[in-house]
Design a binder for this molecule. Sequence first.
Ligand code: NAP
Length: 494
Amino acid sequence: MLCLTLTGSSLDEDAHILERNRNYISMAELRLDALDASELPAAKDFPRRAGLPLILTFRRKADGGLRSVPEKKRIAFLADAAQGGYAYVDLEGDLRKADLRYEKEGARHDLEADLKARGVKIIRSFHDFKSVPDNIYDLIVKLSKGGAIPKVAVTPHSVADVITLFRVKKEIPLIKDMIVVGMGDWGVCTRILYKRIGSMLSYCCDSSSGIGQIDAKTMKTLYHADEVDERTHIYGVIGNPVLHSSSPQIHNPAFRAIHYNAIYVPFLVDDVRPFLRLAEMIQIHGFSVTIPHKRAIIPYIGHLPREVMKIGACNTVVHTARMWRGTNTDYYAFLSLVRSDIESGRIKSALVIGAGGAARAVVFALRNNLIPVTIVNRTAEHAQYLARETLSSWDTLENTPKYAGKVDLVVNTTSVGMVPDEDGDASMGFPFTGKEVAFDFVYKPRETVFLKKAEAAGCRCIHGADQLLEQGKLQFEEFSGYHYPPQIHPEIGG
Ligand code: NAP
């Protein structure tokens, strides 16, 4: 179940948010602590307005709640609202029996007993905003005592922590209904793959505004997270950072278009070694690799094409029966975008700006097609090193303009001009003559300062977004064995 968290300051606002997301969710959580005090008495009528199962929660300030209320009052507010038809009520796991007693009309009541008598399911929750506790499995068992649904919302900070969360189902197979939430950026993969960690639901928000939050529309229409089952093949992208990646937009709609029961998820990864352990544990079928792991992944790959071995950077990994097989679709995508210009003789020489991972794929691709290359780079030694490996020339970045009129292809492989540095000009004042093919690896924004200058001079321009899509299409073929569906046009670059 996808559960929308409602944190409006009024019930009308919550009803509005619910309506906006109704098609994406199957339940919602009403957060009393977000409501203005004047709204609280009407909270018991909200289930009637909502028309879907609701969790009632009054989060304490210490557990991430939005207001501070004396404890007795908080329980009384919860008890009052719970008179409405809420399907679940969330009570913190450390509340004792005595804490759940409240007074109403002069009589003493027991909230837990009241809820049980009315068939309302009780969630017993635990929050940790700093870590994943060592005793998380024991904690879940303890929270489930008395027939409650245990809920743990914890904060992973490494792949090792994420592995701990993916082990929950195996460690505690007997508890069928539980809620496990990995908070923050590291938890994103656990929130999307919530069914694989054994959680009965995943919380989502109206529009993503915070760390690690995923909005309901993305959960439902991009990931189809609620449709993941035991047979779903898992793919993903590893990197650090990784949550900005456009690759989920490339792969998820395409999997769906070919009716392949598969999902593509971003995995924030600090170290490739534990990630490969996770990959084997949850049977990841393949993954894309982005900064900074393209080189570090190579020792773990059983088979790499010779040219990819030479480049020393791998961006695609596929699981085969006995090993991980790797390739570099940046290399092949780049070649496919310039091949006709090389074959027609339009490109006979090239200037490559940058000497990092992308530059390596570009320079090797050009040199393997016998195109002479000059590399210019901010750090001259990096240019020099790549030039030596590829029998190319090199120069300092400041000398870029002196190659005007002498090269047919100018490729920017630096991150200059990439958001948030949209005003950055990677061309270093290179005066385009209009005869060059200009190729920018930066994909956000689509029209960079570099390409705007080239276009104004009359150059043929190749966009970073086209390169990104092309390399993604080749990855899709590696992952699925099918051509990328022509009817899918992912929006990347913006
Ligand atoms: P990388 O290995 O970190 O290399 C970065 C390169 O940019 C280095 O040559 C670096 O020079 C240079 N650089 C960084 N900041 C600079 C600055 N302020 N001024 C001048 N030069 C600067 O990264 P990468 O993997 O090659 O990626 C480079 C860019 O290409 C990124 O923006 C990435 O998103 C993009 N990319 C796009 C695609 C696509 O499909 N469109 C694919 C791969 C990469 P130093 O050597 O001096 O540090």
